[in-house]
Write a protein that binds this ligand. Sequence first.
Ligand SMILES: O=c1ccn([C@H]2C[C@H](O)[C@@H](CO)O2)c(=O)[nH]1
Length: 134
Amino acid sequence: MVGMTEWKTLRDNARSMIGKAYAPYSRFPVGASAITDDGRFVAGCNVENVSYGLGICAEVTLAAQLVATGGGRLRAVAVCDADGSPLMPCGRCRQVLLEFGGPGLLVDHADGPRTLGELLPDAFGPEDLDRITR
Ligand SMILES: O=c1ccn([C@H]2C[C@H](O)[C@@H](CO)O2)c(=O)[nH]1
């Protein structure tokens, strides 16, 4: 269960990450924040590169911070654009988030939280690897 207070903190944290974003090429800063199963908050922002394809999304730097600060599982995540409005994670980021939150991860949405399972149905997962004997 993720309460109203936690969602507000998640959105506030995501908005504050907008100011940290490095997005000189797209001029589309993105901020992300998540709460973990042990109650930590982690955050991220997009980090672009002059070699455009090397840019990384806010959700990816969030995942790196999760791992670098002790790991654990993500329970809920909020991503926002420069207006502070909820932004739905891109397709690649849905897969990155799945790795650390699974299909039950709650993703902020203007009309109420969605589960990652709704946003990335029939996803590729560890069980697909397990089906094959290597
Ligand atoms: O879920 C998303 C979608 C886009 N971006 C970034 C990538 C790029 O730096 C900028 C414009 O696409 O927004 C994110 O950080 N997360």
